[in-house]
Design a protein around this ligand. Sequence first.
Ligand code: NAD
Length: 263
Amino acid sequence: MSASPDRKTAIITGSNSGIGLAIAHAIATAGHNVVINSFTDREEDHALAQTIARKHGVNVIYIQADMAKADQCRALIDKSVAALGSADILVNNAGIQHVAPIEDFPPEQWDRIIAINLTSAFHTIAAAIPHMKKAGWGRIINIASAHGLVASPYKSAYVAAKHGIVGLTRTTALELAQHQITANAICPGYVLTPLVEAQIPDQMKAYNMDRETVIHDVMLEKQPTKQFVTAGQIGALAAFLITDAAAQINGAALPVDGGWTAE
Ligand code: NAD
């Protein structure tokens, strides 16, 4: 028998765009309250939360917090609990990218990528665990990447952060395994979100290729299906991982990459 309440609270970092937004929709569709987050504090961020709330008939709020800052990562959890009463589901999704050879890689970009893509998850997880333990139930989902399992050139910080978050996921799973709290990583291949759009010009420069050639010969070259993964497909897996059917999936790094990491 599950100790879970029927309606849970899901906190999703970096969720006003792309994969995080798709996960927000998927979890709201399942009937749970959702906290949307990013570092901005625009009217449209709060309006987005209201749109999702109306569409799915659940409570959705937007909380500004910069995932590059430790105190704001932890405050996101505290503010979510204060507003919605619990922190049952945590999805660490916020992420950025920078593409450059190691010898030219700006050190400040390295620090920023490690902070947002990896260290933020340490802080949010640490802050959420006491609430999950108290509730006797929890789900932690870290959005890693195929680059958490294999490398590509020119993405040193991103690959290091994503390998790191797979390791953090496994450690978290082992520490919490007897508390009805699971921790898993989802490892998407290429999803055509603003993050991927933004790196196409850098890839064009790094590989000296035009846009279409980068998409087909660099990005989709990795994916045997020759298709982008959709954000909705990642949302659907996240929604499954919070069900009782997924209670024994723990410490896993789950590829959704069209077969990329099967090679
Ligand atoms: P995106 O750019 O659409 O979304 C990134 C989100 O993170 C946005 O909501 C943005 O506002 C937020 N964000 C950025 N910096 C932040 C900060 N300092 N504080 C709080 N929020 C911040 O990109 P996406 O493709 O949807 O990426 C989401 C996650 O999925 C990332 O962790 C990314 O590494 C991962 N991922 C993406 C792909 C892909 O192909 N798109 C593949 C594998 C993994």
